[in-house]
Design a protein. Structure first.
Lengths: 691, 365
């Protein structure tokens, strides 16, 4: 397979897990994201460095001496190197020409440098410099069409200059990596950072590996990865070392000010403490350098772990609490670029808890996606005659909590209970219909509950409540069983915008006392028949799980789709082994799909997909270039058409080339923006197909 | 002369700073105009042996390039020593006479051979700076000085004509003459875009050939670490330039590490921490590399007498006096002897802890 970079999983924001194939050995990869460690003569003489990093996957080399064949082939044949030159482009080309055999064969990525000029006078100057530089680069790429290159990009704080690189990048398929030089430092204009990233993601091949280098400290690693950076050059840590700085991630301190060493690495455990008082010495540089590089690598490992099994967005938010630049980036990315980033953010994830820390979490893309999708795709059950508003609970799903069990025990006393629409108010997800309490992120979020709400939380929830309630007949009564000041405020604000009648229960001490529950029961009794319902509950749709699955199907596949797929009636059967639920067509007993408890998604079978495809041929589809799928992965070259609204981790139907037949079902690895901006790579994991 | 390669931006910036500096200038008195800017005698490398240099810096009207609408070179502040206004020939003659009179005794007593360098921080052959009458007076002085074996003058290319060179050669046929040209680098782009020299390599080659034809030596000034270059870029540029010039067969290469002069664009960048003068280590690295690459070649005379060496504005390592003094000594020993062994890394001189800092920081300067 002829590829350079392959995406394995999409994560929240632009973050992604992937791998670069470079080594001569078969099946040897460098996983991304990753930190690139600088290789220097003096480090190579340090046994601690060699021992500590011998298994590290990727190094940066800038000296011709390291290209010696013996060194590369014998010691580091499983390692990837990025070779660049820190001086002129001309000298880089000379080195390339002198070592062409090595570069053609070995595990080295050639990174075209752009070191000169070191600074600019104004935008015009910068533009001319870029154009001049690109002339030489173009010649270089034309002379070596069979080598893969990385291209260093400088935009000199003018994101629009990315357009100058665009023709070169698009015309030369042997550019596999973009190195963003100095686009991210403590003095960076965060808007420039975002403009650049968005521009790259929207306009260039998304299989280009993104590398960041320059004055980057480990504190910024999480946000860089969130922005889609795959490789981070840690060479700046050598500079910090030379100025006697000790990196602790949260801050960078002069070594002589460090009283308590927060690290147990080999450098900190051994002689670093002893040399602390020496201002400039070779010994202190050696240990300090080792510590700083170990810190970078360890931190990257932590990030990689978070990406794989934990809530990475929460981790990035935590890092923002001591840096305003990160706060700004997250804020603007969330608010201004959501319409783009929603196609990068998985619709579901499967970590145990999604943490909300406050305002920084309200507009996380997965939360926004949830709120938007809910409003767009949730449609009222036509037999609804009463709406009841409850507060959320700490335990998820809400039905499993003691409080909600008590609420439901009251409501289930009424045989017309299926005609009641429960809506649960929560921060920061807003207003949740009961039917969607089992989906992501409702099923796994956690937020601090103190009784103190900020204005933004209240606003978010009340707006969502308004949007939801607007879908209902205004004559349907709305009962509010809430006591907390925050919840009440949400309802009162919604009330001001709606013509509906709101009825508040009497609360005695708290919502679950027998008196409070009695009040709820009485109000329900009095109001349940006040709305003149013209429609009866369809057969089979009175059961809670059936109601849920219909609305979950709407959420996943589109408004009102659920009733259409399950139009003949369904029964739900628990699959004990996997704790999932089988969805079975009552009439023909066919398995239409499964509800996966962990992810909160419906995974259709071919039976279910056939029905969905007959209803809507444009929603969530991939058109395959053929009639039969081989293997379990769908790759980009095999896709001839795709829906424009695809989101990672959502399910898709695969149609044949003629678009007449369903030939498979898959779970998306990537979203539609990636599919649009790539010519190869994994797109979806096929879980069912016709043979 | 061909049109300059690049943008008006650098010209505008240079000119703005230059104009501001010139405005603040005070007029020179008559007494000042009758004396050179500076003159000195010190050890130097003659073509084939150690000797002495007698250098005179004349105060003329000033470099025409610096006074033009271009603003001049981005790193040069020598215009600050010039009168700007037209200056009488008699003043310049007085300057030459003053220098000679002051040093005549010393020159005679030294018993060594001298190289006389007459610099006007402009162009010796520019009539607006040095007229024919003044030139002839200088030639006469040089001709009459027995101890003076070599004679060096400098000029921009556009003021050099075959006729003037022949005249010079004829008048000083008993001396070795070198024409110094501020080529700065063999790279046209760096020279014209970053230094704003408005000079092309092809034009230099034409002049070089004329000099060879007539029998006048060519001395090339190379600027070490031009503005907008980083440390490794400086090394690359220096190595490439010297190799080219060695292959070409120039007679002397004078490597001039940058020093930050007042009233220049470079000073403006330096104030903002956007430029750092080079490290000694980089200069020595360049020289060692050239020696390694051209081991079997005949080298021209390589000299380097950096201004401001060891200070923040000049070439320096750390700011420890001892470290920089060692470096200055190494360089001086190399220049006087032309022996590359003085630059050997294993020498005990390389024992300052700033060497490690240099290695760690180099990529960020």
């Amino acid at each position: 397979m002829n590829y350079f970079y392959e995406i394995l999983n999409k994560r929240i924001g632009y973050s992604r897990v992937g791998r670069i194939k470079l080594s001569k050995e078969p099946k040897k990869y460098v996983k991304t994201p990753n930190v690139i460690l600088p290789m220097r003569n003096f480090l190579m003489k340090d046994i601690n460095f060699l021992e500590g990093f011998e298994d590290h996957g990727i190094f940066l080399i800038s000296k011709e001496v390291f290209l010696k064949i013996g060194f590369l082939r014998d010691k580091f044949k499983n390692t990837t190197f990025i070779f660049t030159h820190t001086g002129t482009l001309q000298t880089f080309i000379e080195i390339l020409e002198n070592n062409i055999d090595i570069f053609s064969e070995d595990n080295i990525i050639l990174l075209i440098p752009f070191n000169i000029p070191t600074t600019i006078l104004d935008g015009n100057f910068a533009k001319n410099e870029i154009l001049y530089h690109l002339k030489s680069v173009k010649k270089l790429l034309e002379n070596f069409p069979n080598l893969n290159f990385g291209l260093s990009i400088k935009i000199f704080e003018h994101p629009q200059f990315l357009d100058l690189y665009s023709p070169l990048i698009k015309e030369n398929k042997n550019i596999k990596l973009l190195n963003l030089l100095d686009f991210f430092t403590t003095n960076t204009n965060f808007k420039n950072v975002l403009d650049l990233i968005i521009s790259i993601k929207q306009n260039f091949d998304n299989n280009l590996v993104l590398m960041a280098s320059g004055r980057i400290i480990p504190k910024y690693f999480p946000i860089l990865i969130y922005l889609g950076i795959d490789l981070i050059d840690s060479s700046y840590l050598l500079y910090l070392t030379s100025e006697n700085f000790y990196d602790t991630i949260e801050f960078v301190l002069p070594i002589h000010k460090v009283k308590y060493f927060p690290c147990s690495c080999v450098a900190c455990q051994s002689k670093l403490k002893n040399f602390q008082s020496l201002k400039y010495s070779d010994e202190i540089f050696e240990y300090l350098c080792l510590h700083n590089l170990i810190t970078a690598k360890t931190y990257m490992n932590k990030i990689k772990q978070y990406l794989r099994t934990e809530d990475f967005r929460a981790f990035v938010e935590k890092t923002s609490f001591d840096d305003v630049l990160i706060v700004s980036i997250l804020k603007v990315l969330d608010r201004q670029y959501f319409d783009l980033i929603k196609y990068e953010t998985p619709i579901t994830d499967s970590f145990s808890t999604v943490k909300c820390f406050g305002p920084s979490s309200y507009y996380r893309p997965d939360f926004q996606q949830f709120r938007e999708r809910l409003i767009n795709y949730f449609s009222p059950e036509t037999w609804t005659k009463l709406i009841i508003i409850f507060p959320c609970s700490a335990k998820k799903p809400y039905s499993a909590s003691k409080s909600h069990k008590k609420f439901q025990s009251i409501l289930r006393k009424f045989p017309d209970f299926p005609g009641f629409q429960e809506i649960i108010l929560t921060s920061p997800l807003g207003a949740i219909p009961r039917q969607l309490e089992n989906i992501y992120p409702v099923n796994s979020y956690d937020i601090s509950v103190t009784g103190f709400w900020d204005n933004e939380e209240i606003d978010l929830a009340s707006q969502m409540l308004v949007e939801l309630l607007k879908k209902y007949n205004t004559k349907i009564p709305i009962i509010c069983h809430v006591s907390d000041k925050g919840y009440k405020e949400i309802v009162l604000r919604a009330q001001k915008q709606l013509p509906n009648q709101f009825y508040f229960t009497e609360v005695y001490k708290n919502l679950t006392t027998s008196d409070s529950l009695k009040s709820l029961e009485n109000i329900v009794k009095n109001l349940k028949d006040s709305f003149d319902l013209k429609e009866n509950i369809p057969k089979y749709y009175s059961k809670s799980w059936v109601r849920k699955l219909v609305k979950i199907a709407d959420y996943q596949f589109g408004s009102n789709i659920g009733m259409k797929i399950f139009s003949k009636g369904i029964k739900v059967k628990k699959n004990d082994a996997r704790k999932n639920l089988d969805i079975i067509d009552i009439e023909n007993k066919k398995l239409l799909g499964k509800f996966l408890v962990k992810t909160g998604q419906i995974e259709l079978t071919l039976n279910g997909a056939e029905i969905l495809s007959a209803i809507d041929k444009e929603f969530n589809i991939l058109v395959f270039d053929g009639d039969l799928i081989k293997g379990n992965t769908l790759f980009r070259p095999g896709i001839v058409e795709f829906s424009q609204n695809l989101i990672p981790n959502n399910y898709v139907i695969i149609l044949d080339k003629s678009k007449k037949s369903v030939i498979g079902l898959a779970k998306l690895i990537v979203g539609s923006n990636y599919i649009k901006n790539s010519s190869n790579g994994r797109i979806a994991k096929v879980y069912e197909k016709i043979s | 002369m061909k049109k300059s390669v690049n943008s008006n931006t650098i010209v505008e910036n240079i000119k703005a700073i230059r104009d501001r500096t010139i405005l603040k200038r005070k007029k020179f008195t008559n007494d000042q105009l009758n004396k050179p800017v500076s003159f000195w005698i010190k050890d130097d490398r003659l073509l084939n042996e150690k000797g002495k240099e007698f250098t005179i810096i004349l105060r003329t009207k000033g470099c025409s390039w610096a006074l033009s609408d271009s603003g001049g070179c981005s790193m040069c502040g020598y215009i600050n020593d010039s009168s700007i206004e037209n200056i009488d020939d008699k003043h310049i003659i007085n300057q030459v006479n003053h220098a000679f009179q002051s040093k005549l005794e010393e020159i005679r007593n030294e018993g060594k051979n001298f190289i006389l360098k007459i610099f006007n921080s402009g162009s010796f052959f520019d009539e607006s700076e040095i007229s024919e009458e003044v030139r002839n007076h200088i030639y006469q002085k040089v001709y009459e000085s027995d101890n003076i074996e070599e004679f060096v003058i400098e000029s921009r290319l556009e003021y050099i004509s075959k006729m003037k060179l022949i005249d010079l050669k004829n008048q000083l046929n008993n001396k070795y003459i070198e024409l110094a040209i501020g080529l700065e680098t063999v790279n046209d782009y760096i020279r014209n875009t970053y230094i704003n020299k408005a000079m092309f390599y092809d034009d230099f080659l034409k002049v070089f050939r004329i000099c060879k034809e007539i029998g006048i030596g060519v001395r090339v000034y190379l600027l070490f670490k031009s503005p907008f270059l980083n440390e490794q870029g400086a090394i690359d540029d220096c190595v490439k330039s010297i190799i080219n010039l060695v292959n070409l067969g120039v007679d002397t290469i004078s490597i001039n590490p940058i020093n930050i002069q007042k009233g220049t664009l470079l000073e403006y960048l330096w104030y903002q921490n956007r430029y750092r003068p080079p490290w000694f280590y980089s200069l020595f690295k360049s020289l060692r590399k050239i020696h390694e690459l051209k081991k079997d070649s005949t080298f021209p005379r390589l000299i380097s007498n950096p201004s401001g060496a060891g200070t923040k504005r000049g070439i320096h390592n750390c700011l420890k006096r001892e470290c920089n003094q060692k470096m200055i000594n190494i360089l001086r020993n190399f220049v006087l002897s032309q022996d590359f062994n003085y630059l050997n890394k294993k020498d005990a001189y390389y024992d300052c802890d700033c060497l490690t800092r240099y290695r760690l920081q180099k990529n960020f300067h």
